[in-house]
Design a protein around this ligand. Structure first.
Ligand code: 5AD
Ligand code: FES
Length: 368
């Protein structure tokens, strides 16, 4: 048996096996890896895809990450904030369609007007959906008081990508005043407040190794991450990392397959988490997100932002669906999901099984 098949025959890979799996780029081996991950997904969380309606509500950002197209120093973007009413009508549409959750994402700001805006949106989305829509926030690093205010207003889930679990590598991708430790502490705060915790990394960053990616997966487990969103790094022309990957055009396929293996290995190791098939996958192949589902992902985040804002929310170059409206996006996705033999979990919140189980354990422990 090959090394790969020996690992795949175990009930769950060991921590030391992860880098070997991530490096399995020979097509026949990769196919066996992805198939094994798909089987674990079906067993643990079912052949069901959950939709999260994504609203990119503002591209104003106070940070300056070296890879990101909406970084503060990029003067070539027109900055916008979507009016409250537009977000609310989008959220109402998502609720009527049977979406279980919406994600409010934006650049990072922490001024009082912004904190109030998010509180207002959370409160009103809860009300208009009769508490049925689960709300996921993705507003970056905030104070404990802000996280608590939003949680008390009714947000239950929070996405904060650690980007890489390696602090030294993080420092190379960010200006000196961005802190990996502060970000990690935010994850711990969010978990302690009671949010369902989401995080993730970028895959295929310049100089990143499979050993680092393996440690990223261990980091998710250590930090009690139950929702994972990660996607391939794609250079953006207006950022310092524009040439981070030489001849990127030739490396698109390699970036895509590495990202798919990262999804698969995360599924094999963490088993019952929710994993999103990131939109960035679709930049690298028209059916990239479906390939993500076939590699073990179980969440898709259809972009419900009004197309008029979308070109201004380009975190990376070549972001797909820049001019499609929400209904068009829905039509194209549903057909492709059905062709995979999966159903869409309409009318269900699709909480992370891992989160549910950890809550149950806690409850059981307290009852003893
Ligand atoms: N390529 C891929 N993903 C990126 N992000 C930001 N810039 C890029 C890029 N150039 C991701 C980061 C961030 C998320 C919102 O988008 O991981 O957390
Ligand atoms: Fe906005 Fe990184 S550039 S958070």
């Amino acid at each position: 048996m090959s090394k790969l098949d020996t690992i795949l025959a175990k009930p769950r890979p060991d921590a030391d096996d992860l880098a070997v799996l991530l490096g399995a780029h020979v097509p026949a081996e990769q196919a066996r890896l992805l198939a094994a991950a798909y089987a674990v997904k079906v067993r643990e969380v079912g052949a069901v895809v959950y939709f999260r309606g994504l609203f990119e509500l503002s591209n104003l950002c106070s940070k300056d990450c070296l890879y990101c197209g909406i970084r503060r120093s990029n003067q070539n973007v027109e900055r916008y904030t979507v009016p409250v009413e537009e977000i609310l009508s989008g959220a109402r549409w998502a609720w009527e369609q049977g979406y279980g959750s919406v994600v409010l994402q934006s650049g990072e700001r922490s001024d009082p007007a912004f904190v109030d805006l998010i509180t207002e949106l959370v409160t009103k989305i809860r009300a208009l959906s009769h508490d049925q829509l689960a709300i996921t926030l993705s507003q970056g690093e905030q104070s404990e008081a802000t996280y608590r205010t939003w949680f008390e207003a009714g947000a239950e889930r929070y996405l904060l990508r650690i980007e890489t679990s390696d602090p030294d590598f993080y420092r190379r991708l960010h200006p000196a005043d961005h802190s990996w430790e502060r970000r990690r502490d935010c994850l711990r705060l969010l978990d302690s407040i009671g949010y369902q915790l989401g995080s993730g990394v970028m895959i295929g960053l310049p100089g990143q190794t499979v050993e680092q990616l393996a440690r990223d997966i261990l980091f998710f487990e250590q930090e009690k991450v139950v929702m994972i969103g990660m996607g391939p790094f794609i250079p953006h022309a207006d950022t310092p990392l524009r040439d981070g990957i030489r001849n990127f055009a030739w490396k698109r396929h390699a970036q895509l397959t590495l990202a798919l293996r990262m999804i698969a290995v995360t599924r094999l190791y963490l088993q019952d988490v929710n994993i999103a098939a990131a939109t960035a996958l679709q930049t690298l192949a028209p059916n990239g997100r479906e390939q993500g589902l076939a590699a073990g992902a179980n969440v898709i985040m259809p972009n419900l932002t009004d197309p008029k804002y979308r070109t201004a929310y380009q975190l990376y170059d070549g972001k797909p669906c820049l001019d499609e409206s929400a209904t068009q996006c829905r039509g194209c996705l549903e057909g492709r999901i059905a062709s995979l033999g999966e159903t869409i979990g309409f009318g269900q919140r699709g909480d992370s099984h891992r989160f549910q189980r950890s809550k149950d354990k806690l409850r059981f422990g307290q009852g003893e």
